[in-house]
Design a protein around this ligand. Structure first.
Ligand SMILES: Nc1ncnc2c1ncn2[C@@H]1O[C@H](COP(=O)(O)OP(=O)(O)O)[C@@H](O)[C@H]1O
Ligand SMILES: [Mg+2]
Length: 211
């Protein structure tokens, strides 16, 4: 085992709450001692692509490429906050303390083994990237940083939940990959300062672990 890499899906939900929230979350990730790979969501760029797809009914491989390109655009925005743009190939050589943001289109992920469908979103790609890192000898911890505390049941925040019991909150294909690879994904609130750091540094914070 080389060392642990933090794979953090940061998507539209945080950006939608104001780019200041996105910046503060990225600052928190940037302040960690560990290597971090941000997997960007698609946000408004994906919304536009979905709109075009819904009126033109694009071929699946074309709309999938647009979805992956949407993530790439968000990725460049993340790079603006001090993360180095990286391709999947670069991640094979990730160094301790690196702060990277994945460029999925430049990585060729629009032509990967993953299904070419809107079901394969950045949640799925975060889990898939974590599995690649594990195959390359790294340990990986996967976070989905969003704008809610985690998954609730009957009004109570769940500490942990089995992937097969999750409905919504995480995209369905990501749940399938979590089960397939035996990867755990921790959902936490990026609007509340210290949650991300608490989980990575102290091993616990408010949030939901999907296993
Ligand atoms: N556990 C949850 N319970 C209720 N709503 C949620 C939950 N997780 C996410 N959401 C809502 O669903 C929407 C999409 O969330 P998410 O998938 O985290 O965003 P994105 O993929 O754009 O980063 C957001 O509006 C968010 O507030
Ligand atoms: Mg989502």
């Amino acid at each position: 085992m080389k060392f642990r890499v933090v794979v953090a899906k940061v998507g539209g939900s945080l950006a939608r709450r104001g780019l200041e929230n996105l910046k503060l979350t990225l600052d928190e990730l940037g302040s960690l001692d560990e290597a971090v790979v941000v997997v960007p969501g698609g946000w408004v760029f994906a919304d536009i692509s979905r709109l075009v797809d819904s009126s033109l009914n694009l071929k699946a491989e074309l709309s999938h490429a647009m979805g992956i390109l949407s993530m790439e655009m968000y990725g460049y925005m993340v790079a603006n906050f001090g993360f180095s743009a990286a391709t999947l190939k670069d991640l094979r050589e990730v160094k301790g303390g690196d702060k990277l943001v994945l460029l999925p289109y430049s990585s060729g992920l629009h032509e990967s083994e993953l299904p070419k469908s809107w079901r394969v979103t950045s949640d799925s790609i975060a889990v898939w990237v974590a599995q690649k890192l594990r195959e390359w000898g790294y340990d990986a911890v996967v976070l989905k940083i969003t704008d809610v505390d985690g998954i609730f049941k009957d009004g109570c925040l769940l500490d942990r939940v089995k992937a097969e019991d999750v409905r919504g909150c995480v995209d369905s294909y990501a749940l399938k990959l979590i089960r397939k690879y035996g990867i755990r994904l921790f959902i936490c609130n990026g609007i509340r300062r210290g949650r991300v750091k608490g989980y990575i540094v102290e091993g616990r914070t408010l949030g939901t672990l999907i296993e």
